[in-house]
Design a binder for this molecule. Structure first.
Ligand SMILES: *[C@@H]1O[C@H](CO)[C@@H](O)[C@H](O)[C@H]1NC(C)=O
Length: 196
């Protein structure tokens, strides 16, 4: 089950997004179950910098590996942007550029911005990564947190390094360098498709 492997790896990427303080990335993050109920959102601005129209949407992968649609799909022409209200405290979230394919289409390998709530030592924030698993159309993606205190991630259409994106599940064995957490509370993010 190729699709299942990809989804499992993506979910693991978020579930194991703990601070890089000598922690093993193998054990699951404790915080999610304890996270306070918080219905607030952050601004997720998506830019279509590709040469064709694309359809964007937010999805959540549940622990039971169900895909839940979390926003109405938005179609953007080349050069257009839109702001999506993303839930701050949700887990297993992803911004997809194939929302026109519906929930069932989301299991295909594709370019994703993955994110979810994270809490550690009294700090809160958003865990995030780029995912361009094998089989994805290589188009490139970049994520820019609003605060310069947190890391930008950029992956070009010609490929990306381990630190910039998930490209294969084996990266878990390398300490999941693509995983990042921005522990500065609620921050807006800009995500660009076809950044180069
Ligand atoms: C969009 O792509 C062009 C090149 O095609 C590049 O110069 C520009 O920086 C890109 N915009 C963003 C926001 O990445």
């Amino acid at each position: 089950m190729h699709a299942f492997t990809i989804a499992a790896a993506s979910f693991a990427a978020l579930a194991s997004a703990v601070p890089h303080a000598g922690h093993s990335h193998r054990h699951a993050h404790k915080a999610p179950a304890l996270a306070p109920r918080d219905d607030s959102t952050f601004d997720l601005t998506v830019h279509n910098n590709c040469t064709g129209a694309k359809s964007f949407g937010l999805y959540q992968v549940s622990p039971a590996f169900e895909i839940i649609e979390m926003s109405d799909p938005i179609s953007l022409e080349p050069g257009e942007s839109a702001c999506i209200n993303a839930p701050f405290s949700a887990l297993g979230m992803r911004l997809s550029g194939t929302a026109d394919k519906g929930c069932d289409g989301q299991w295909s390998a594709q370019t994703l911005f993955e994110f979810g709530y994270s809490e550690y030592n009294g700090m809160t924030g958003t865990a995030y990564d780029l995912s361009v698993m094998e089989g994805s159309v290589l188009e490139g993606i970049a994520a820019y947190p609003a605060t310069p205190l947190c890391e930008s991630k950029v992956c070009s259409a010609t490929g990306c390094s381990l630190a910039q994106a998930w490209t294969q599940p084996e990266q878990e064995g390398e300490g999941s360098p693509a995983d990042t957490v921005c522990y500065h509370g609620k921050q807006a993010f800009d995500v660009v498709w076809c950044p180069q």
